[in-house]
Design a protein around this ligand. Structure first.
Ligand code: EPZ
Length: 419
C-alpha cells in the first residue's frame, strides 16, 4: 500500500491547476445510462472513484472510449443494457447508488447492492428509495440488494425531501428526466455539482428548471447526443486555499469558478488571508498570524462544506486562540482528530463539536488515513509539522485527488510517494 513521506515545514507558493470535480462527474456518468446516443465528457478527474464508475458502467454494458490522458470519455450504450450492479463494485464506492435512478427510468428494472456505510457514517439511502418509489418504482430489499422494477415508465410526482440530500436529489432528477409528466422536487440539495448535472441534462434536451431548493422536471421521451465539460473540483480548490492560508503562502489557484467556494473564501478572509478573485482563478496570500474562528459549522451548500471540515480543523490548530467546528452533515466525521492529536493537536470532542486550542506545534509522526478528506487533512498537518511524517493508506486520497503529490511538489512541498 502506497505511503507519503512529507518533510515539513513547507511554505505553499506558485500556481496550482484544479482538476475536474469527482462529485460532479459521478452523477453525470450515472446519468449517461439514460442515453441511446453517444455522450462525450471532458475534464474528468483521473481518480479511483471515476475508474470505479467506468467499471460499473462497463459491467452494465456501456462501451467507454478514453482519451490518452483519460480526462475525456466517449460513452456508448448498447440497445439492451444489463441492470445488475454487484456488491463487489458498489461496496468500493457508495456513489454507485446513483445508477439506480437512470436504470429504473430507462429500463424499468434494476438489482443493485445496497451501498452500506463507511467510516464517516451509516450512509443510508432511504431518501433515494422513498423518492423513486413516489415516481413509481416498486422495490424490495433482499440479501443486501435492492430488487427494483416499475410498471412501464415512471410517472411524475411531487416529492418533498424530509432532509436535504445530495445523492437523493441527484438520483431523483436523473430518474424524472424520462418519467411521464411533471415532477416537482422540494427541499433539494443545491450543491454546484447538482447544477452541473442539470446543466448537462438540459443541454441534452431534458427540461429541468430551478427555483431556490425546488426543482421542476418535465419528462421527455429521449435525450440527444452531447459533448460536455465537467466543472472544476471546488473541494480540491478549497483544500489548496486552506494550504496557502496555513503556511503563510502565496498561491494562484487556476481553473476554478470562485463562486462555487464563496463561503470558504469568506471564512479564509476572516482568518486573515488576503484573497483576490478573478473569473477563473483565485489569488490567495496566507496571513502571518491565523485568526481563530469561534464557531465554524458545516452546512449544506451554500454553507461551509463538510468535505472541507477536516482541512479547516488543521488550520484552526495553527490559529492564535480557541476555535470550534461543528459537523452537522455526517454523524462520524471526526476520524482525523485522533491522528491530529498524535501530531500534538489539542482538540476536545463533545457530541458533534470539536473544540480546538490553537498555536499547535505539530511534531512529525507516522499517520494513518481513514477517509478521503481526513487523509488530505493529515497531508496538510504534515506540511506544517517539524520533521518527516509518513502517511499510510493513501489509497483513500487517490479516490478523489488527482496525483496530489505532483501538484503539491510544484507549489513547494517536500513530498514523495513510496510504494
Ligand atoms: C455527497 O454524499 C458527496 N458524495 C459527499 O462527498 C458529501 O460529503 C455529501 O454529499 C454532503 O455534501 C458525492 O457526491 C459522491 P447526502 P451523499 O445524501 O450524497 C443522510 C467526498 O468526500 N442521508 O447529502 O451521500 C446522510 O447519511 C464525499 O467526496 C440519509 O439519512 O450525501 C448524511 O448524514 C463524502 N438518507 C446526510 O443525509 C439518505 O437516503 C447528507 O448526505 C441519504 C442521505
Amino acid at each position: 500500500m502506497d505511503k507519503f513521506l512529507i518533510n515539513g515545514p513547507c511554505k505553499i507558493k506558485g500556481n496550482v491547476s484544479i482538476s475536474g470535480s469527482k462529485n460532479a462527474s459521478l452523477p453525470i456518468l450515472a446519468a449517461t445510462l439514460l442515453f441511446d446516443q453517444p455522450v462525450i465528457l471532458r475534464n474528468l478527474p483521473k481518480v479511483r472513484d471515476i475508474n470505479t464508475m467506468f467499471n460499473l458502467l462497463k459491467s452494465l454494458g456501456s462501451k467507454i472510449i478514453l482519451s490518452k490522458d483519460q480526462k475525456s470519455a466517449k460513452i456508448i450504450n448498447k440497445k439492451n443494457m444489463k441492470t445488475f450492479a454487484s456488491y463487489s463494485l458498489v461496496k468500493t464506492m457508495r456513489g454507485s447508488i446513483l445508477v439506480l435512478g437512470p436504470l429504473i427510468s430507462k429500463y424499468h428494472k434494476s438489482k443493485i447492492s445496497l451501498p452500506g456505510g463507511c467510516l464517516i457514517g451509516a450512509r443510508p439511502v432511504n431518501y433515494h428509495l422513498a423518492a423513486l418509489k413516489k415516481l413509481g418504482m416498486i422495490y424490495e430489499l433482499k440479501d443486501g440488494y435492492i430488487l427494483a422494477k416499475s410498471r412501464g415508465n415512471l410517472k411524475g410526482a411531487i416529492i418533498n425531501f424530509p432532509k436535504i440530500s445530495v445523492g437523493a436529489t441527484e438520483n431523483s432528477i436523473i430518474a424524472a428526466c424520462l418519467a411521464k409528466g411533471e415532477t416537482i422536487l422540494k427541499n433539494c440539495a443545491i450543491e454546484p455539482e447538482i447544477k452541473d448535472l442539470t446543466n448537462f441534462l438540459n443541454k441534452a434536451g431534458a427540461k429541468i428548471k430551478w427555483s431556490g431548493r425546488t426543482c421542476k422536471i418535465t419528462g421527455v421521451v429521449s435525450l440527444s447526443k452531447i459533448e460536455y465539460s465537467v466543472m472544476a473540483d471546488r473541494i480540491e480548490a478549497g483544500t489548496f486555499c486552506v494550504a496557502a492560508a496555513l503556511t503563510n503562502g502565496n498561491l494562484k489557484v487556476k481553473n476554478i469558478n470562485p463562486r462555487t467556494i464563496t463561503s470558504e473564501i469568506n471564512l479564509l478572509k476572516k482568518v486573515g488571508a488576503k484573497i483576490k478573485i478573478y473569473k477563473n482563478e483565485i489569488l490567495i496570500r496566507g496571513p502571518k498570524k491565523i485568526k481563530s474562528i469561534r464557531n465554524i459549522k458545516t452546512k449544506e451548500f451554500p454553507g461551509i462544506p463538510t468535505d472541507l471540515q477536516a482541512q479547516l480543523m488543521v488550520l484552526m490548530c495553527k490559529a492564535v486562540g480557541k476555535s470550534s467546528i461543528t459537523e452537522n452533515i455526517f454523524e462520524n466525521r471526526f476520524m482525523h482528530v485522533a491522528e491530529l492529536q498524535r501530531l500534538g493537536a489539542k482538540i476536545n470532542i463533545k457530541n458533534n463539536t470539536a473544540k480546538i486550542k490553537g498555536k499547535t506545534k505539530f511534531i512529525a509522526a507516522e499517520l494513518m488515513s481513514s477517509d478521503l478528506r481526513a487523509s488530505v487533512a493529515l497531508v496538510l498537518a504534515a506540511i506544517v509539522s517539524n520533521g518527516k511524517s509518513c502517511i499510510n493508506r493513501i489509497y483513500h486520497l487517490d479516490r478523489g485527488y488527482e496525483k496530489i503529490e505532483n501538484k503539491l511538489k510544484k507549489v513547494g512541498v517536500k513530498i514523495k510517494r513510496i510504494k
